[in-house]
Design a protein around this ligand. Structure first.
Ligand SMILES: Cc1cc2nc3c(=O)[nH]c(=O)nc-3n(C[C@H](O)[C@H](O)[C@H](O)COP(=O)(O)OP(=O)(O)OC[C@H]3O[C@@H](n4cnc5c(N)ncnc54)[C@H](O)[C@@H]3O)c2cc1C
Length: 508
C-alpha cells in the first residue's frame, strides 16, 4: 500500500471507494494483471458495522477465487433466512454448494477483501476523496482531495464504487430514478444500562410500536421505526432523540449507557439508468439502492464487481473491444431490476400494517411458496441471487445455460475441481472439453489459448453436454451438445469466444 499515488499519475483503472464493491473489484483487476488503484476518502476503516452476513451467491463467487474456505472460518452458517417479514425460508433447497448464510460482520468482509485486493496487486490508498472528474477519448481525469490538498489523477477507466450518494454517478450525469424513502428506521448499536430492559427479538409496546433487539458481542443493536424523520434524512441521529424514540416505542424506560453508532436508514429503491457512461462505470450501491429486506447489499456489490472485473481486465489489456463493457450494463442492470423488485416486495409486506386484510393473502401465498418443497428452492435462489442467469448460446434447455456451472470433478479420475481450476486461472476462462482427442471443438478454441484454458474432462461430468465454455465468473457462456452438427457447434463456439473474449490472437 502506498500513499504517494495521487500526484499526476496514470493508472489503468481507478476504483473510487473501498467498500465491498471497490475492494472486490480491486482484487479482480489485480489478479488479472491490471494496474488498479482503489481510492478511499476515509483515512481508516469504519468503526461501526452495517451488516452481518454473506449469502450463498457471494460464497459461490468466492469459491471461484479460492476465497470461500477462508471466509467460512469467520463465523457460523445458518441454513435458513427471513422471508417476507416472518416466514423462514429453507436455503438447503437451493441448487448451490453453499446452501446457507454465513454470519460475518461486514467490517471483517472488507478486511479480508482488502487483504486479497492488495495481495493480488491492487493498490489501496485511504484518506483521498474524489471531488470531480471529466472524460475524453483516451481516459478520465479525476480531481482528488487529500491531506496535501488537491491533485489530479489520470486513468484509462474509472469505476464508481462510492456508495448510494455516489459522487462519480452524479459527476458522470447518470440518472438514478426510483422511489424515494417513505419509511425510516432508527438504528443504534448501544450498551444498555440494564440489558434486560430490551430482550432479544421484537419488543412491542402498548401502542403497537416495537423495538427489535439483536445482541452483539459487547453491545446490542436496537431498531425502531423513526416516528419523525427530519427533512434531511442524512442528519445525524442524537443520543437524546434515539433514547426518546426507543422508550416511546417500548412504553418503558431503557437507559442507554453508551452509544457506539446511531444512524437512520430508509426504504428508497433506485437503479442507475446506465451502469456505463463511456469510460466511467458504476458498481454496488452507487448503481442501486434498495430496502434492507433480505440483507443482500454487500452480496449484490460483490456480484457487480466480479461481473465487471474480468471484462474490464480484457478491455484494459487491449484484448477485447470496449463494447464488452456494455454487457456489464445489460447483465447487472437486469440483475438490479430483479433485486429492487424482490426487496421492495418483501419490504412492502414486512412494513405494511399487519391488520391490512388486503395484503394478508399475498403474505399467505408467498409464505406457502417459501414453505412448499416444490418452490422453496427457486424462491431461495431468487432472493439470494443464486438464480442469476446471463445470456448464453448453445443448448438453451441445458440446466446450466447462462447459470453458474457447479463445481465439477475434472482431470484424470476427477482429480481437480472446476472451482479450484478457475481460482488458479487469473482473469481467464475455461473450455471444459469432453470430446475425444483432436475433435474440431478443441481446435476451434486454439486461437484463444492466451485467454481460455482447455480442461479435458470426462463427458459424463458435463450433464449431457460435450463441451462447456465457462466465463471467469463461473457462468456458462456456451454449451455444446452431441446432438448439434460438429461444424455448427464449432462455429457457435468461435462466435461465443469472440463475443466474450475478443478476437482470436492470431488468424489460424
Ligand atoms: C444499517 C445497514 C445494515 C445493512 N445490513 C446489511 C446486511 O446485513 N447484509 C448486506 O448484504 N448488506 C447490508 N447492508 C447494505 C450494505 O452495507 C451495502 O449495500 C454495501 O456496503 C454496499 O457496498 P458498496 O461497496 O457498494 O458501498 P459502500 O459500502 O457504501 O462503500 C462505498 C465507499 O466509498 C467511499 N467513498 C464515498 N465517496 C467517496 C469519494 N468521493 N471518494 C473516495 N471514496 C468515497 C466511502 O467512504 C465508502 O468506503 C446494510 C446497510 C445498512 C445501512
Amino acid at each position: 500500500m502506498t500513499d504517494d499515488a495521487t500526484q499526476d499519475e496514470t493508472v489503468d483503472v481507478l476504483v473510487v471507494g473501498a467498500g465491498p464493491a471497490g475492494l472486490a473489484l480491486g482484487g479482480e483487476l489485480g489478479r488479472a494483471g491490471v494496474r488498479a488503484l482503489v481510492l478511499e476518502r476515509e483515512p481508516e476503516p469504519p468503526g461501526y458495522c452495517r451488516g452481518f452476513n454473506l449469502n450463498a451467491r457471494s460464497l459461490e463467487l468466492f469459491d471461484r477465487r479460492g476465497l470461500a474456505a477462508r471466509f467460512l472460518t469467520e463465523g457460523p452458517t445458518v441454513p435458513t433466512t427471513m422471508f417476507v417479514g416472518a416466514s423462514r425460508l429453507d436455503l438447503t433447497a437451493m441448487r448451490a454448494k453453499h446452501r446457507y448464510i454465513l454470519g460475518i460482520p461486514q467490517t471483517r468482509v472488507e478486511e479480508l477483501l482488502a487483504e486479497w485486493a492488495v495481495g493480488s496487486g491492487a493498490r489501496l490508498v485511504r484518506g483521498r476523496r474524489l471531488t470531480g472528474l471529466w472524460q475524453d477519448g483516451d481516459g478520465v481525469t479525476a480531481e482528488v482531495e487529500g491531506p496535501d490538498g488537491p491533485s489530479t489523477l489520470r486513468c484509462r477507466w474509472l469505476v464508481g464504487c462510492d456508495g448510494g450518494r455516489s459522487t462519480v454517478r452524479k459527476a458522470a450525469g447518470i440518472g438514478f430514478p426510483g422511489t424515494p424513502a417513505r419509511n425510516f428506521t432508527l438504528l443504534g448499536d448501544v450498551v444498555l444500562a440494564d440489558p434486560s430492559a430490551v430482550p432479544y427479538g421484537p419488543n412491542t409496546g402498548p401502542d403497537g410500536r416495537s423495538v427489535f433487539a439483536i445482541p452483539r458481542p459487547g453491545y446490542v443493536r436496537l431498531l425502531t421505526a423513526d416516528p419523525a424523520p427530519p427533512a434531511d434524512p442524512h442528519e445525524p441521529v442524537s443520543l437524546d432523540s434515539f433514547q426518546r424514540a426507543i422508550e416511546a416505542a417500548l412504553g418503558h424506560r431503557a437507559e442507554i449507557a453508551e452509544a457506539r453508532w446511531l444512524t437512520r436508514f430508509g426504504d428508497a429503491a433506485r437503479l442507475a439508468e446506465r451502469f456505463r457512461a463511456g469510460r466511467i462505470l458504476l458498481a454496488g450501491d452507487a448503481a442501486h439502492i434498495h430496502p434492507p429486506a433480505g440483507a443482500i447489499g454487500v452480496n449484490a456489490a460483490i456480484d457487480d464487481a466480479v461481473n465487471l472485473g474480468w471484462k474490464l481486465a480484457l478491455v484494459a489489456r487491449g484484448q477485447a473491444a470496449d463494447t464488452l463493457l456494455d454487457t456489464y450494463h445489460d447483465e447487472r442492470h437486469a440483475a438490479g431490476t430483479r433485486l429492487l423488485r424482490n426487496t421492495r416486495a418483501q419490504a412492502v409486506l414486512a412494513q405494511a400494517d399487519g391488520d391490512d386484510d388486503r395484503l394478508a393473502p399475498v403474505r399467505e401465498l408467498l409464505a406457502e411458496l417459501a414453505e412448499s418443497e416444490a418452490t422453496a428452492g427457486p424462491v431461495a435462489e431468487e432472493i439470494t441471487g443464486v438464480a442469476t442467469r446471463y445470456p448464453a448460446s448453445g443448448a438453451p434447455g441445458h440446466p446450466w445455460a447462462g447459470r453458474m456451472v457447479p463445481d465439477l470433478p475434472l482431470g484424470p479420475a476427477g482429480a481437480d475441481g472446476l472451482t479450484a481450476l478457475l481460482a488458479r486461472t487469473p482473469g481467464g476462462a475455461l473450455l471444459l472439453d469432453g470430446t475425444p482427442q483432436a475433435h474440431p471443438l478443441s481446435a476451434a478454441a486454439h486461437p484463444w489459448t492466451d485467454r481460455v484454458t482447455t480442461a479435458h474432462t470426462h463427458p459424463q461430468a458435463l450433464h449431457g453436454a460435450h463441451a462447456v465454455l465457462v466465463r471467469p465468473d463461473g457462468h456458462a457462456a456456451w454449451i455444446g451438445t452431441p446432438s448439434a452438427p460438429v461444424e455448427m457447434a464449432a462455429q457457435e463456439l468461435r462466435e461465443s469466444l469472440a463475443h466474450w473474449f475478443g478476437p482470436p490472437a492470431a488468424t489460424a
